[in-house]
Design a protein around this ligand. Structure first.
Ligand code: AOF
Ligand code: ZN
Length: 363
């Protein structure tokens, strides 16, 4: 491993620790090194707060004169909520900038590097590029199209069942796998379920882990069947938004609004239009969406090409039964050649279970 890779790995792992906390901003880490060693360490903590480089420069102070700065993302060149980092780097007298990857933000992309080079600074781009891009897969999508990066999560037996034929579902996967789900929840801005899940399980949809941030909770409910005493409506732990259809029950809508719940009617008369849901969430600044729906909701998002990533937990068990529900329902494809391919698939073991992550090929 070269020294560039060593310092970039350090910056990457510091940045990665903040996953979920910086949304909708990217995860960014920075390290400043001079002849005597590391003199500055910085990580972007939260949108609206200083960028990674600024924290590192403040720590280094005068020691940044003639030093090298490592940054996992191209230093910014624009005046956003904070000033341009490229200018701060120039002003601090940094001699060399090592960047993992360019910033996909159209306001910045390439301009940050150009600003630095124009000031006579030596710039190297591409150290741990793939790792940095993967770490910011959410940001990379949202900053370009302003629609959320959507992850579909399911937990099933090895024969694909999410409950028995009598609808018993507690528990399919082990405690370790369920904790991993809480971590994923805390790393997303919003979590989405169907009203069936709310009626069946009365879930909290919170992240019950140390430093767990609770996502916004979203329910798809075409006729507003949600019980007024559900935890999602009454516990006050996190906000809950409901997406419904145009012809929903107006009395129930008023009752829900009285509880402080935001209701969005999508364009369809009797169903919730999932394309509308995703578009609206993007407009509201939600960059990451975690879907924990049942088979019908999962199929609707998949069929509409709205899923960017899947996380499936498989418990090594068999329940069987033609009537036991599976995690992708709908009608399904007609021909095997039309099956949705998942690229870059990876399996790992969590407790007794197997976790699969992959990326559906867009059609
Ligand atoms: C950096 N270092 O640590 C981050 C960067 O609203 P602002 O001012 O925080 O700007 C957000 C944009 O700045 C974001 O969309 C991305 O392009 C860049 N983020 N850049 O040099 C950082 N977080
Ligand atoms: Zn910046």
């Amino acid at each position: 491993m070269s020294s560039h890779e060593f310092y970039m790995d350090l910056a990457l792992s510091n940045a990665q620790a903040l996953k979920g906390q910086t949304d909708p901003n990217p995860l960014v880490g920075s390290i400043i090194v001079n002849n005597s060693g590391i003199v500055g360490i910085g990580t972007h903590l939260k949108a609206g707060e200083p960028h990674a480089e600024i924290h590192a420069l403040r720590m280094a102070g005068d020691r940044s004169h003639g030093a090298t700065i490592y940054v996992t993302l191209e230093p910014c060149s624009h005046f956003g909520r904070t000033g341009p980092c490229a200018q701060a780097i120039i002003d601090a007298g940094i001699k060399r900038v090592v960047v993992a990857t360019l910033d996909p933000n159209p306001l910045v992309s390439g301009n940050g590097v150009r600003m630095l080079q124009d000031a006579g600074i030596d710039v190297i781009v591409g150290i741990r590029e793939e790792e940095s891009r993967k770490m910011n897969e959410v940001f990379n999508k949202f900053i370009v199209g302003k629609t959320p990066f959507v992850t579909l999560k399911a937990a099933s037996t090895l024969d694909g069942k999410i409950a028995t034929h009598s609808l018993d579902s507690k528990w399919i996967t082990s405690e370790e796998a369920r904790l991993d789900v809480h971590l994923l929840r805390s790393q997303h801005m919003a979590i989405l379920v169907g009203v069936g899940t709310v009626i069946e399980d009365d879930p909290e949809l919170t992240a019950r882990i140390p430093n767990g941030r609770n996502p916004l909770r979203i329910v798809l409910d075409s006729t507003l069947r949600i019980p007024l005493d559900s935890k999602l409506l009454t516990d006050g732990i996190a906000d809950t938004w409901i997406f419904t259809s145009r012809n929903c029950d107006s009395d129930k809508r008023q009752a829900l609004e009285k509880l402080g719940i935001s209701i969005f009617a999508t364009s369809h008369d009797t169903q919730v239009d999932v394309l509308d849901v995703v578009r609206t969430l993007g407009e509201k600044g939600i960059s990451s969406l975690f879907i924990e729906g049942g088979g019908t909701i999962n199929a609707a998002f998949l069929e509409n090409d709205l899923i960017d990533k899947v996380v499936f937990y498989f418990a090594p068990k068999i329940v069987g039964g033609k009537l036991a529900p599976t995690f992708i329902e709908g009608i399904g494809v007609d021909w095997m050649k039309d099956a949705i391919d998942l690229r870059d698939g990876e399996f790992s073991k969590i407790g007794k279970d197997f976790k699969f992550t992959g990326y559906p090929e867009k059609r």
